[in-house]
Design a protein around this ligand. Structure first.
Ligand SMILES: Nc1ncnc2c1ncn2[C@@H]1O[C@H](COP(=O)(O)OP(=O)(O)OP(=O)(O)O)[C@@H](O)[C@H]1O
Ligand SMILES: [Mg+2]
Length: 239
């Protein structure tokens, strides 16, 4: 589904050059929920931005559902952003004055859907995230967890195969964070329409609920378990 090989990225030049990604290799299957961890500044958001078509890498490649990209600037990967990747952010990025249904529908209209189809699809995805009874509330009238679920409805409404979530639970209390995780798992493990999710989190407890954990370390990703994510030794344990 998603294959990344030899992906490199640096910022700056000369003495100020900072090599952030040093040959990332990773794969995500359809229906998999993968947690990405690593210390602040190690390049997690940079990696997500390149996968999401918001930033060009320097070397290597990304293949997502037959589409290969990674080194071209944002203007050359419009289709990746419109059709392949859905985003979920820490601070939800909802429009304050629009109801839940309009927040979701507007995103669909921007990608070319007619207003009536967009509204139907918006209602459908809000029902999927359990907000069928909150469609006409504006963000201020919703809890943080509910607002994040509106953002998730928006991200899944366009039937994109992968969601990229950059610290989606960072602004939520523990209980709401767990609910978001449970919803993610449901969406990934859906029998009819499984999607994949790559989620950055600093919370090892939430990460351990994913199907798999990756650690971004020294510019490369490696498989991780809960203890190595905490920086502990795995002495004697098999891989
Ligand atoms: N546009 C940019 N120009 C210069 N340096 C950048 C740019 N974007 C990111 N960096 C640097 O690249 C490194 C990786 O940043 P990134 O935001 O990917 O880290 P992160 O792992 O997401 O961190 P956090 O957990 O704090 O969100 C950091 O040292 C950052 O300062
Ligand atoms: Mg980040």
């Amino acid at each position: 589904m998603l294959t990344i090989s030899g992906l490199t990225k640096s910022f700056g030049s000369g003495a100020n050059k900072l090599q952030v990604l040093k040959g990332v290799e990773m794969e995500i299957e359809r229906g998999e929920m993968v947690a990405l961890m690593g210390p602040s500044g190690c390049g997690k958001s940079t990696l997500l931005n390149i996968i999401g078509g918001l930033l060009a890498g320097d070397g290597g490649s990304i293949t997502l559902n037959e589409r290969t990209y990674g080194l071209k600037g944002p203007s050359s990967v419009v289709d990746v952003r419109r059709e392949l990747v859905g985003w979920i952010f820490q601070d939800f990025h909802l429009l304050d004055n629009l109801s839940a249904v309009d927040n979701v529908a507007m995103a669909l209209e921007l990608s070319g859907m007619s207003a009536s189809d967009a509204e139907k699809a918006a209602i459908n995805s809000l029902e999927r995230v359990g907000l069928g009874d909150r469609m006409h509330h504006i963000p201020d009238q919703l809890s943080g967890g509910q607002q994040q679920r509106v953002a998730i409805a928006r991200a899944i409404a366009g039937n994109r195969p992968i969601l990229l979530a950059d610290e989606p639970t960072g602004n939520l209390d523990i209980a709401s964070g767990k609910e978001v995780l449970a919803l993610f798992k449901e969406l990934c493990h859906d029998e009819e329409k499984p999607i994949s999710i790559l989620m950055v989190t600093h919370d090892p407890d939430l990460a351990s609920n994913a199907d798999r954990m990756l650690l971004l370390k020294d510019g490369k990703t490696e498989a991780s378990d809960i203890r190595s994510a905490w920086g502990l030794d795995e002495d004697g344990e098999e891989e």
